[in-house]
Design a protein around this ligand. Structure first.
Ligand SMILES: Cc1cc2nc3c(=O)[nH]c(=O)nc-3n(C[C@H](O)[C@H](O)[C@H](O)COP(=O)(O)O)c2cc1C
Length: 242
């Protein structure tokens, strides 16, 4: 595919694998419509196809929909998401400069994050992605969790849903664990709201391939690492923001 055409194919409305990889965004504006059981099962089944160290399969998914406890958990999470977003807005400059221009890219991200936290209670499905620890907590354990989260988001995308990986459960984690009876040896690694996307979403924008691929040694240009035609780009935010 190098340097010729962007990948844009699929069958019966389901994007093919490369299209899915190239077009899956963080979706934060979600319709309240429920996700049918079949679709949810399909999404989770594909999440469980992800690899884990030694194929231990330590990932568990607590799915919050509309039961009494789920509603209670969503309401706790809503509070926590508002705290998470307020912290992020302050630390990453979302309350100043171009972020205040709703037509700027940062302004659109700001609006999407604000929408998510304002409507969190109405998100139809929230998945808590957990890890059953089999050894001491360590900095690498997420490596057995995040491939599953990405599979989940890609499967959701394939079926026309969207979602976003977040860590914004942290402010209420103890209360959430109590409410949902999550055992001590289980780590909560991600909270993923899921639903049908509202509105339109731009393309995935990343650094040019040539900026991130080195040939044979650190820093050596890889002349063959060329983005497909039409690729759009964005650099990371300034180092001072997270
Ligand atoms: C490790 C990790 C943590 C993240 N935490 C949050 C979060 O707490 N809240 C949130 O709204 N998005 C979170 N995101 C989503 C990222 O902000 C998003 O994937 C990134 O900005 C790229 O967005 P795009 O694919 O739409 O371009 C997280 C993503 C990753 C991979």
């Amino acid at each position: 595919m190098g340097g010729t055409h962007p990948v844009v194919s699929g069958v019966d409305g389901v994007p093919d694998l490369l299209t899915g990889l190239a077009t899956t965004r963080a979706i934060r504006r979600l319709a309240p419509d429920p996700i049918p059981d079949d679709d949810l099962a399909t999404i989770l089944w594909h999440a469980t196809r992800a690899p884990s160290g030694t194929n231990r399969q330590p990932v568990r998914y607590v799915v919050l929909r509309d039961g009494e406890r789920a509603v209670g958990a969503k309401s706790l999470l809503a509070e926590s998401f508002r705290v998470g977003w307020a912290d992020k807005a302050a630390s990453a400059g979302y309350d100043q400069g171009s972020a205040l221009d709703p037509t700027s890219r940062k302004g659109r991200s700001r609006a999407a994050m604000q929408h998510l936290v304002d409507h969190f209670e109405d998100v139809p499905v929230v998945v808590l992605v957990c890890l059953v620890r089999y050894r001491e907590a360590n900095p690498y354990e997420g490596a057995s969790v995040y491939p599953a989260v990405q599979n989940l988001l890609l499967a959701a995308r394939a079926l026309g849903y969207g979602g976003v990986l977040t860590g914004w459960h942290r402010a209420v984690e103890p209360e959430l664990r109590d409410l949902l009876e999550i055992p001590d040896e289980v780590a909560l690694h991600a909270t993923v709201p899921l639903g049908r996307p509202l509105g339109s979403h731009g393309p995935v924008r990343r650094l040019p391939l040539g900026d991130v691929v080195y040939d044979g040694r650190w820093g050596a240009a890889a002349d063959w690492a060329v983005d497909p035609l039409g690729t759009e780009f964005a650099g990371p935010p300034p180092a001072s923001s997270s």
